[in-house]
Design a protein around this ligand. Structure first.
Ligand code: SF4
Length: 250
């Protein structure tokens, strides 16, 4: 299990994600300016109705840094499904320690988790897509609905080059449930994300160094091989859209 002190802080190394993906000297000023403007606009428009829904993945760490660095009055929240890697949970302490911000943590209702596990077992997600989605429903969608209750907009780290399903992600779009979904770095490349991490010395999940570009729950995430899609390590046993429902329009 990693500790806070073992979390990687931006130092390029041939064996880590910064060394692999960042482009030294890349000028990010226009990207940053535009992303901050989107966050400022959303904050003015939605006030307390706005929240960053952070997955604690590297894109969300960039957005949290933008919020903190530019002192934007935006709440930050995350889902603790009860199945996250210890390395992911360590980032909560890293955010608090670095920025002095408290991340609101939403967990599934224990009685719903217990009932699901008793009925279907701990490994139900591997038996069918329906059961996997049911698990995501209990552990992610229900707590997300509480996170977003009373909110008019949420901020995500979605990027267009994460997958074909995300190729059309807008900066500010209808989430299908009456709220706006703001994705301020939708147009950033993977190299730009990691160059930002390097330039601003961000803490990040060390699992990104282990070829996990997209990190979800521990049982449902694996490393990807060279040439595989960005989200191939999520629910790798399925032939599906690689989405859990958080970003599906109903
Ligand atoms: S990602 Fe896996 S463990 Fe996490 S909620 Fe979905 S099915 Fe359950």
């Amino acid at each position: 299990m990693s500790t806070i002190s073992s979390l990687p802080w931006a130092q390029p190394d041939a064996g880590n994600a910064i060394g692999l993906y960042a482009q030294p000297g890349l000028d990010l000023s226009a990207r940053i300016e535009a992303a901050v403007a989107r966050l400022q606009d959303a904050s003015i428009q939605h006030g307390d109705g706005l929240v960053q829904s952070s997955s604690l993945g590297v894109e969300d760490m960039v957005i949290t840094d933008l919020i903190a660095r530019h002192r934007l009055p935006i709440d930050i929240a995350t889902l603790d499904t009860g199945k996250l890697h210890a390395e992911t949970l360590d980032l909560l302490h890293a955010i608090e320690g670095r920025y002095g911000l408290t991340v609101q943590v939403f967990q599934p209702r224990s009685e719903q988790v217990l009932a699901f596990v008793r009925r279907e077992g701990e490994d139900a997600m591997f038996r069918s897509i329906e059961l996997r989605k049911a698990c995501c429903g209990v552990r992610k969608l229900e707590p997300l609905s509480r996170m977003l209750a009373g909110r008019s907009a949420w901020i995500t780290g979605l990027r267009r080059d994460q997958s074909g399903a995300r190729a059309e992600v807008g900066f500010d779009e209808d989430d299908g449930n009456g709220r706006r979904k703001i994705s301020p770095i939708a147009d950033w490349s993977w190299a730009e994300v990691w160059s930002y991490v390097e330039q601003f010395a961000l803490p990040y999940n060390p699992l990104h160094d282990q070829f996990m570009p997209s990190i979800g729950c521990a049982p449902c995430t694996r490393a990807i091989a060279v040439g595989e899609d960005f989200r191939a390590g999520r629910w790798w046993w399925e032939d599906s859209s690689k989405e859990c429902g958080l970003h599906a329009k109903s």
